[in-house]
Design a binder for this molecule. Sequence first.
Ligand code: PEP
Ligand code: MN
Length: 349
Amino acid sequence: MIVIMKPGAGEEQIAPIVEELNRQGMQVQMNEGVGCTVLGVLGDTIVLDREKLELREGVERVMPVQEPYKKANRKFHPDDTVVDVGGFAVGSEALAIIAGPCSVESFEQLSSVARSVKASGAFALRGGAYKPRTSPYAFQGLEKRGIDLLYRVRTEMKMPIVSEIIAPRQVETFELMVDVIQIGTRNMQNFDLLKEVGRTDKPILLKRGMSSTIEEWIMSAEYIMAQGNQNVILCERGIRTFETFTRNSLDLSSIPVVKRMSHLPVLVDPSHATGKAWLVPPMAAAAVAAGADGLLVEVHNDPPNALCDGSQSLTPEQFDSLMARLRALAPVVGRTVGQNRRQEEKVGA
Ligand code: PEP
Ligand code: MN
């Protein structure tokens, strides 16, 4: 961190600042230029309160030179993080494909979708039980019954399950019953929830807030990791822009940006990013080409009658064609598609 003093700031302003920084364990290098002094602060500057420092008498500006996140930072963890989900290595060469309905509606619906997406090559099943809907009158999900149905299908199909949590009080249930806890776009900065899931050791799928910067998104991962849980998987799902044709604008550039800034795996959700089923395959392929570690795709056995997000849901047949397309594309970008053998032994065992 660099502290730039105001022109004319003297010893009486500088000395107490240096003393205070030393007390906090920092080393300070003093650089006296023409007309102003610049302090180079060395140490674990993440813990310093930059705004407070800027209010000190004689301080012109405080400039961080280090990112405000440490555990999620690639600088301190150069190797890619690989998160184990029921024996499948998310963040490895194998693309992690998660598919399933937006919401769990019934056992028949869920098991039929699970069966087909698994046959097509998805390694995990997604399904919302607690739905954070924009309207309070819209379908809110089957709640705990939805989790029970997911768990039943998990056991029968030997497939890990991914579901969204919306409140800290649900952590106990999710910890027991779900393989990957999803934090949705609307809760990316629900810090209480982030801390609570950070105290578990479950893999967390952290979606990007629809109006969040990449740094804010990584800071939310840092919240989870600061509590001890390092099993964070990021998920780009599109952001709000002035464009209204698509539900959101898929920020494909965030994939290489996040990969440079962080060591965490990054998935892409082309379904919520576009809101239109016909846009899902091209955006899924683009995401893989841009370096995504996998995809989260909505698939429904009867999209026109889906209780939620039917317009962006692929049919099982469309999902199967997408997988064929990804199988052709994957080797070109150094990836593989397919299930991991160890997985069946682990899930439902
Ligand atoms: C979802 O994946 O079910 C969902 C609600 O996504 P998002 O939080 O990205 O809107
Ligand atoms: Mn949805």
